[in-house]
Design a protein around this ligand. Structure first.
Ligand SMILES: CC(=O)SCCNC(=O)CCNC(=O)[C@H](O)C(C)(C)COP(=O)(O)OP(=O)(O)OC[C@H]1O[C@@H](n2cnc3c(N)ncnc32)[C@H](O)[C@@H]1OP(=O)(O)O
Ligand SMILES: CC(C)C(=O)C(=O)O
Ligand SMILES: [Mg+2]
Length: 556
């Protein structure tokens, strides 16, 4: 049993911001994106990326359109240092991309970081120190003023000085009060103001103040309040890019990121598909595609999302979950009958330039390079709509509604028995067995049609096999179906009549074929469907009648 948590945990305190404005804000443009896959993502991996994997990730991020990429923590290890040298010395960084590097607020680490950056064109130099009370007490044993002076201000000065010594590089400075989300707001403001006082940013040369929820420990509205508070209270706000860096410990990293952007943040740091420390950094793909589905261009290209996933899985050596937003294998799939029914109906009414308004599909899978193939999959939770959708999309058959109902019983029997999914190919095989390959007792052999214009009738001569024996049938009627049905009634000794008849060209496959669906009534029995497919529409209809008759025979 869990112990009483009230004796062990403290609840988070709300921010007193009665006139908050962020809940009414609408996100109408993309933020500045910064990927930290190669740093925060990398430092959380079981096996950090080697150079080859890092390069693959870097090239992917560039291809996706990121202009700010945190490429590592150069003072952490030789691998990190060498990777950054490799990028610079081999001219692998496009001119419009800034590499970003992280360092602790410690002199020897900062000096080593600058060493790693010699010759780089555009750099975001990012340093941090923890600011939360627990860190001040446990890790640093320093007072608020000492943390401001000894960690933040002194190292802001050092960074300014070392940057001036490397004027060939276009520098942007970034400071993170690490654990901002657990820091008193007035202290966070004081330390940030002290840093910007040293740097003296201008609206033309802004610095970045990155406000992380290093560990997410409140609901996202509290984080948004904190960001709006900082946005309103910071000195030199017009010369600062406010960045956020949400983690996902409570599972609300995306909401926190979006609310923070509504609350005044200009920039967001995160990882592809939410990799990163513990439960991960905020998922930038999620945020970007959420914008996209609101009609806002995110400025990042996820037009081949499966390719992105493959690369990320390779680099991180971690799988992406099948339910992961926008990318998981199952996220565009409906198994349940009512969802399938609505999707099928919406697809058939949709015109190419319509606004996307598709039940159960927040985004068009085609926009992400996915197909409609997986949109509907069938198991015992499915209904006729999904089965009909698969036969139509994969095999070009548009089943009449009552046939959908009839055939879904056959599919349901299979899925109920196996408990498993049935593929489109399985459904097609079952459809063939049920309707198309029923050649006994009646089999179609040939027909000959004579139109008699004087009588306004047709004469139909048919050859059919009955239990393997050839029979010639002569029939008359107002059309070939009518003529055949009357001849068959005579042969079988039972009254046959057509309750419904539909046909269409088969749209799938290369051969021009027609399909005919006949609902046949035999005597007083309930109508039964038969289906025929043939290059000739009359033959297709005759086969459909025999299919229905054979199915009746099979049942009895
Ligand atoms: C929230 C984040 O993601 S922050 C980024 C975290 N990322 C990483 O740590 C990955 C790379 N890190 C490393 O390679 C190493 O930790 C290094 C090179 C940075 C430092 O290594 P070491 O000097 O061996 O220290 P160690 O790893 O034990 O870290 C603890 C020390 O850092 C100090 N420290 C931690 N954060 C800071 C900071 N922001 N500023 C100054 N000192 C700090 C601690 O006080 C402690 O010092 P102490 O040994 O005097 O008690
Ligand atoms: C270094 C900082 C930005 C960080 O990764 C965090 O606080 O989560
Ligand atoms: Mg982080």
């Amino acid at each position: 049993m869990l112990k009483n948590p009230a004796t062990k945990y403290r609840s988070f305190a709300p921010v007193h911001l009665r006139d908050r404005t962020w809940p009414d804000a609408v996100l109408s443009r993309a933020p500045i994106w910064c990927s930290v896959d190669l740093r925060d993502g990398n430092q959380s991996l079981i096996e950090p990326m080697n150079r080859e994997r890092k390069l693959r990730m870097f090239q992917l991020l560039v291809k996706l359109g990121f202009k700010e990429i945190e490429v590592g923590f150069p003072s952490a290890s030789q691998t990190e240092f060498d990777f950054i040298r490799h990028l610079i010395e081999n001219d692998l960084i496009p001119d419009d991309v800034s590499i970003q590097v992280l360092t602790q607020a410690r002199e020897h680490l900062i000096r080593r970081t600058f060493e790693a950056l010699k010759g780089a064109k555009k750099v975001v130099l990012h340093y941090y120190n923890a600011t939360a009370p627990v860190m001040r007490r446990v890790v640093f044993n320093l007072s608020q003023d000492e943390v401001i002076d000894q960690l933040a201000v002194q190292h802001a000065r050092l960074i300014k000085q070392l940057a001036a010594e490397q004027p060939e590089t276009d520098w942007t400075f970034e400071y993170s009060p690490e654990m901002f989300s657990g820091t008193e707001l007035d202290f966070a403001k004081r330390i940030v103001d002290a840093v910007t006082e040293v740097w003296q940013p201008t609206p033309e040369r802004r610095c970045i103040i990155n406000l992380p929820s290093t560990v997410e420990h409140s609901t996202p509205n509290i984080f948004a309040d904190m960001i709006e508070w900082m946005h309103r209270h910071l000195e030199r706000r017009e010369s600062i890019i406010i960045s956020v860096h949400p983690h996902n410990d409570r599972g609300t990293g995306t909401a926190a990121g979006e609310f923070a952007l509504m609350a005044g943040a200009d920039r967001i740091e995160g990882c592809l598909f939410g990799n990163g420390e513990r439960t991960g950094n905020v998922d930038l793909v999620n945020i970007a595609l959420n914008l996209y589905t609101q009609g806002v261009d995110p400025g990042l290209d996820f037009g081949d999302i499966d390719e992105v996933r493959r690369c990320v899985e390779y680099c991180n050596q971690l799988p992406v979950h099948p339910r992961h937003p926008y990318v998981g294998d199952l996220v565009f799939t409906s198994f349940s009958g009512s969802h399938q029914d609505a999707i099928k109906k919406a697809f058939s009414l949709r015109k190419p330039d319509d606004i996307w308004e598709m039940p159960y599909l927040p985004i068009d899978p085609l926009d992400l390079g996915r197909s409609y193939e997986a949109v509907i999959r069938v198991n015992s939770q499915s209904g006729k709509g999904g089965i009909a959708y698969l036969l139509e999309s994969e095999y070009g058959l548009t089943l009449p509604r009552r046939l959908q109902i009839e055939f879904s019983t056959a599919v349901q029997a299979v899925t109920d028995q196996s408990g498993k999914e049935v593929s489109a190919a399985d459904i097609w095989a079952l459809f063939q067995t049920e309707y198309l390959s029923v050649g006994e007792p009646y089999g179609y052999l040939a027909h000959h049609l004579v139109e008699d214009s004087t009588l306004d009738q047709v004469k139909l001569v048919t050859e059919v096999a009955v239990n393997g024996e050839k029979h010639r049938l002569d029939g008359k009627g107002n059309g070939p179906i009518d003529a055949f049905v009357s001849a068959l009634s005579e042969l079988s000794g039972r009254k046959l009549s057509v309750a419904d008849y539909q046909e269409h060209a088969v749209t799938a496959g290369s051969d021009a074929k027609a399909v005919s669906y006949i609902e046949l009534k035999v005597g007083d029995g309930r109508p039964v469907f038969g289906v025929g497919i043939d290059g000739n529409i009359v033959t297709a209809s005759l086969k459909a009648i025999l299919s229905a008759l054979n199915r009746v025979a099979r049942r009895s």
